[in-house]
Ligand binder design. Structure first.
Ligand code: CFM
Length: 489
């Protein structure tokens, strides 16, 4: 039976088609239903389209200021962004004056009831001008529609255009209000399209080489980009633009000058790679640098493409020389440990094979927040028989996964981390990482070390969950409550 209805979903049978148990005899198209709106009644773990645009794509740009046109909640939410650090270095040799500017500041219009009734465009204009005065060093301003301002129909394009002329800076409107799509994935697409249409082709790079690439869909989570940059530099390959980890606003403007695009995250940024191919005839290759085998294969592909095979081998050899023995040691400890992997999408097909091949772990459950059909096909190919693959699990299903599949460790985001901990299961973050970077050879070793440290942490031995004890506690609580009620408390 390839599809499964969880116990907790008895009242919402529509969930059954989102939960698939891998059976390799099944036809290829048997995958969980996905990329649709969350079933009503579910406490989803997803984010919104605005989060996908600002929280993933544009928030990584190091010299841009963001003005969120929203009630204060969305603005505050956009401040708690993901961990993508930046250097102050600009491509022309200048230094950006504020360190990690992209992580430190957010501005917003603080839309109130009266603005909803009378319109908030004047407020937006005032806010952009004020923000620009406060942060004159910002090289561009990005403005965002959100659910409220999208619904009342405020024209952020018109305001942005007007202010751009007034201040002589790019002001880029991003129209991805929360409701623009079923998940954050829609926001990725809107941000890709907008940045392509408004910026690409508007700037020229300070210099070019024969080995210029766009590294697309690499957001420098906890330094991932810097690992890859080192590999590329050693091979003599120049990253002309990243989209958008540790990049500056101008870099997006000159993406059309690269010789090749490499698509790292293949969910959030295929769009711009395809547009660059269509409009500027820049070929693109999809790359995977997680684990050991994927980076090895992909560096070789890149070496072949640019005639730098020897350089690629050197990069691989110099890393593997010291990483292999370390990984082997960790494998002894991690062998046979069961894992549940839960990310937005792609990390669910990047990680299962490396975890099983390199560390001997067993991936028992895989779930994603917003993966599409192509991603689920890859997940299905890469996980073992009987692994459960779940689209958009709700929080009760998350508990059931832990109870039913008994993972020794959960690899997920912060929303699930404390649930796992409360159930006595170690959990490490694979969205923003614990002690990253997690990409490349060294990154995979970091991930293995973090898993080892989490699983073997002595704290798990100190927790007791005796079922009788739990019963006792709840019985006691109930009788205490009754006593309090009768005592008139
Ligand atoms: Fe791409 Fe990402 Fe991911 Fe993603 Fe994300 Fe992320 Fe992710 Mo969290 S861009 S799709 S929207 S690889 S923030 S770095 S970890 S859900 S699987």
């Amino acid at each position: 039976m390839p599809f499964d209805l969880f116990e907790v979903d008895k009242e919402i049978p529509e969930r059954k088609k989102h939960i698939y148990i891998k059976d390799s005899k099944d036809p290829k198209e048997h995958i969980p239903a996905c990329n649709t709106t969350t079933v009503p009644g579910c406490m989803t773990e997803r984010g919104c389209a605005f989060a996908g645009a600002k929280g993933v794509i544009t928030g990584a740009i190091k010299d841009a200021l963001h003005v969120v046109h929203s009630p204060v909640g969305c603005t505050a939410y956009a401040y708690g962004t993901k961990r993508y650090p930046t250097t102050p270095d600009m491509p022309n040799g200048d230094k950006f004056p504020i360190d990690n500017f992209n992580l430190k500041y957010i501005t917003g219009t603080d839309i109130r009831e009266s603005d909803v009734v009378f319109g908030g465009m004047d407020k937006l204009k005032k806010c952009i001008l004020e923000a620009n005065k406060e942060f004159p060093e910002a090289n561009a301003i990005y403005t965002y529609a959100t659910c409220t301002t999208g619904l009342i129909g405020d024209d952020i394009d018109a305001v942005s255009r007007e202010v751009a002329e007034e201040i002589g800076k790019d002001v880029i409107p991003i129209n991805a209000p929360g409701f623009a799509g079923p998940t954050q994935s829609k926001g990725h697409q809107v941000a890709n399209d907008t940045l392509f249409e408004t910026l690409v082709g508007t700037k020229e790079p300070p210099y070019t080489t024969e080995y210029d690439v766009n590294l697309i869909g690499e957001y420098n989570i906890d330094g991932d980009l810097w690992v890859l940059r080192e590999y590329f530099e050693e091979m003599g390959i120049n990253i002309l633009s990243t989209f958008s980890g540790d990049c500056c606003h101008d870099e997006i403007g000159w993406m059309h000058r690269a010789k090749l695009s490499l698509v790292r995250c293949q969910r959030s940024s295929n769009y711009i790679a395809k547009l660059l191919k269509e409009r500027y005839d820049i070929p693109y290759i999809k790359v995977d640098f997680f684990g050991v085998r994927y980076p090895t294969e992909n560096l070789r592909t890149l070496g072949e493409y640019f005639g730098k095979q020897e350089e690629a081998e050197k990069v691989i050899e110099s890393r593997m020389k010291w990483i292999r023995p370390e990984l082997d040691k960790l494998k002894e400890k991690l062998q046979g440990k069961k894992v549940w992997v839960f990310s937005g999408g792609p990390k669910n097909w990047h990680l299962p094979e490396p975890l099983e091949e390199e560390l001997g772990m067993e991936v028992v459950a895989v779930s994603t927040m917003f993966e599409h059909e192509d991603g689920y096909e890859k997940i299905k190919e890469r996980v073992g028989e009987n692994t459960v693959i779940i689209d958009d699990p709700n929080s009760l299903e998350a508990e059931e996964i832990i109870e039913k599949y008994k993972p020794d460790i959960v690899l997920s985001g912060v929303k699930e981390k404390y649930l796992a901990h409360k159930m006595g299961v170690p959990c490490i973050l694979i969205h923003s990482y614990e002690n990253g970077p997690y990409i490349g050879f060294e990154g995979f070793l970091n991930l293995a070390k973090d898993m080892y440290a989490a699983i073997y942490n002595p704290v798990w031995k100190l927790i007791e969950f005796e079922p009788e004890m739990e019963e006792e506690i709840s019985v006691k609580n109930e009788s205490e409550e009754e006593a309090e009620v009768s005592a008139g408390k």
